[in-house]
Every structure is written in C-alpha cells, then in structure tokens.
Design a protein around this ligand. Sequence first.
Ligand SMILES: [Zn+2]
Length: 299
Amino acid sequence: MICSKCRRPAVIYQRYSGLHLCRTHFEADFDAKAKRAIRVHRWLSSGDRIGVVHRGERDSSALLYFLQKVMGRRRDVELLSISIDEGIRSYSDTSLARSFAEKMGVRHVASSFRGMFGLTFDDMASHGDSRQACSSCSTLRALCIERTAREEGVTRLAIGSNLDEEARSLFLTFLTGKAERIIHPPEHRGGSATWIKPFIYIPEREVALYASYHAEGGRCRRCPHASGGLSADIRSILAMYDRNHPSTPYALVNLGDRLGGLGEAGLTHDRDSRQCTGWDEPVICSCRSCRMRDEVADV
Ligand SMILES: [Zn+2]
C-alpha cells in the first residue's frame, strides 16, 4: 500500500479515517493529535513544570520523547521524569526510566513506597486483603507520585495513557457503577498538579508504532498482585466490538470528557466521599487504602 497523502510506502492503515500513511505522515498525524489534546484540554501554560510519570515501558518513553520534541526548546516550561518503585518483587524497576531520561537530557526523580510509606507494597500486601491489593496499590502509587510532584514543584503530571486504555477504563467504571470516578476523574481530584494525558485520542497500536521508532523500554509487565478478571473481559468485549465499530473507543472517551466536564461545571462530590485526613495529599479518601495502611502500621 502507498500513503494516501504522498507516494511513499504506507506503514499503517487507520480504519477510522480510511487513510494509509507513510512514516512521515503518520508521525505528523500523531503529533498533531497529541498537540490538539493538550490544546483543547488547556494542559499547558507558561511556567509549567511537567513531570512525565515513567512506568519503565515504551509508552512512557514515547511520551517523554514527544514532550521533549514539542517543548524542549521552550524556556518557559520544564520537563522532568518521575518513576516510582512500589517494592514489588520481579515487577518494580526504575532503571529503564532513569536511563531513557538521561538519554533525552531530562532530569529523573525516583521515589519509592519504602521511602514514602516506610514499607514496600509486597510488605503491605502480605498483611492486607490480597483481593483488593491492586486498587490499593494504584491509590498509594498516585499518592506517592503527587507527593513527589509537590516536592519537585511539578504543576502537570503527564501519563502515557492511550485511547484504548481510556476507553477500557471508562467502560470498567460504567460496569462497576463508580460514577464518582467519571464526574471527578483522578486528574481533577485536587492535588497540587493536574494530571494530563496527551495520547488520550491516539489508539494503542499507533502509540506502539510511534514508540517503536523513538522509545526504549519493555512492554508493560503483569504485576503479580493484579487480579484482572473483569479488566480482561472488558478488553476482549471492546476488541470484539471495535472490529465492526472502530469509532467505539472515541465515543467512550468523548462521553467521559463530557461527563467529566459536567462534573467540573458544578456537580458536587457524593456525600460518602470525604477529604482523607490520614495523608498529607489533598485527595478523596480511599477507605480501603487507608485501612491497608492502618493495618500495616499496627503490625
Ligand atoms: Zn506520506
């Protein structure tokens, strides 16, 4: 196949647009979509210090590459890389994040659960309810990131979440009835930094292709504490639906945008949600995580 915009060989076919694109036009399209996401969400202002949350895999490296390419010459914004060592054996590894940041000429900051909370997540999980470990880890990880961001004066926390991941996350939220997560998504929950997702409108396979050109790191490894039953079902349901309806992920993410915007426009938090007083960070309390922390503290 040849590119729909020039006569060079195509590297990808976009079913949703009907276009075959060569590498040059694919990358131009990719960068334009990511820039548009930043623009429409107003995710960048003069004076921002952007912390790219690096999970040690290619998508995070691709995001750091993209932001360095787009903003590297701007003197009014600053980039740094942040990674978290949860202390999960055979899973947590911040070395790839550090080496890629050094290659890009970006300062890297590593934090750990042990340094922040005094215990590794393996230690905590061995004392808590293992069935709830995954979601508790997510909350603790976000707290660790937000505290690191505050210490570093970070105003935006960038994550490499793509269109398909966002669609799956929203679908999971619908199926589990957690309206609070839609109306007040994590990026709006009131920490010192705003969470931003420049790849939110780009399909997973396009992020993977972009990463194959510019990024380093492995694939996302499976955490030994992940349960994943419902998440795996959602992945297969949406993949099956996407074959005949390629606009489905866009529809879900747009719905999430509109509902999130509605929440920001004036809906109030559920009465059961409250400001957590057990942590320094201004986040909505996650009782399960607080219980896990308290249980560990009592040991
Ligand atoms: Zn072309």
